[in-house]
Ligand binder design. Structure first.
Ligand code: SAM
Length: 267
């Protein structure tokens, strides 16, 4: 299983929250009943649920959702416990898919920063299991990036990084940067009406630690392919230290509603 440290998830938390589409999150919340039961897949420490609880207005005071968090990492799952409403923690390896029973008793399914890890076959089977249920999938990478200032190694290094993002992480060949567009196509084919909004990371002087971790992650991912990153890394580190480096990294947020919701039900 691909692992993610709590430190990395904490580091990216502020950029994730700033990037997300409040409009789509509000549309998702608007189609839920009061006191909804929501399943959050690959929840990690529950960042997605915490965002929704703090940024959204729920139907009545104290009417926060009851959450079921599913993840394969025990330590991260334990961090997801601190929510306003009731919480169920489910330790599971999602690589073999989910069961239709998981979604039979929930009012909505959410996930964030997850689906680039899975294959299109996995997502097809998943879309079948969640049919009829409103979905909010935040922060799926879509393959766009722009470093500023540009470096003449950016194209080579980011191409190899994109290749590594498609490596099999236990779910079959990962969708990587193609995830968001593939998800829209597959969800449409399963009877969902899908709305999407850009949720790009816009990193700059306020995100030195995240940029530093990101360039290290990129270098670590591309080195096994024989890509030399030394000059690029040194230059990028200097630019971070001098507050000069900026990165726009493309993500899409998706809200998918089953076709049975009429437009007037979505505020
Ligand atoms: C990038 S993190 C996102 C976590 C969280 N949704 C967030 O936005 O902070 C991806 C999550 O997928 C989980 N994951 C990866 N492979 C998994 C698998 N095979 N089964 C269950 N969870 C998995 C990781 O443990 C991690 O929590």
């Amino acid at each position: 299983m691909e692992t993610f440290t709590g430190d990395w998830l904490a580091l990216r938390g502020a950029a994730d929250r700033a990037a997300r589409s409040k409009t789509l999150a509000a549309q998702f919340v608007s189609v839920l009943p009061s006191n909804p039961r929501v399943l959050d897949l690959a929840s990690g420490g529950g960042a997605n649920a915490k965002y929704l609880e703090t940024e959204m207005t729920w139907s009545a005071p104290g009417a926060a959702p009851s959450w079921t968090f599913v993840d394969g990492d025990t330590d991260l799952l334990a961090q997801a416990r601190e929510m306003t409403g009731p919480v169920e923690l489910r330790l599971a390896d999602l690589s073999s898919g989910i069961s239709r029973e998981w979604t039979a008793s929930v009012d909505g399914v959410t996930a964030s920063a997850f689906f680039d890890l899975v294959s299109s076959d996995w997502f097809e089977a998943f879309a079948h299991c969640v049919r009829g249920v409103p979905l909010l999938f935040a922060l799926t990478i879509d393959g766009r990036w722009r470093w500023s200032p540009a470096h003449d190694r950016d194209n080579d290094i980011m191409a190899v990084f994109a290749r590594d993002q498609k490596r099999d992480k236990g779910f079959g060949p990962a969708m990587g940067g193609g995830a968001a567009m593939a998800m829209i196509r597959i969800l449409n084919a399963h009877g969902f009406i899908v709305s999407s909004r850009p949720a790009d990371w816009r990193l700059g002087t306020a995100h030195a630690a995240l940029l530093e971790a990101l360039i290290q992650n990129i270098a670590a991912a591309v080195t096994p392919y024989g890509t030399d990153t030394l000059g690029w890394l040194t230059c990028r580190r200097q630019q971070i230290g001098q507050g000069e480096l900026r990165l726009r990294l493309g993500h899409l947020d998706l809200f998918a509603r089953p076709a049975l919701f009429s437009d007037s039900e979505v505020s």
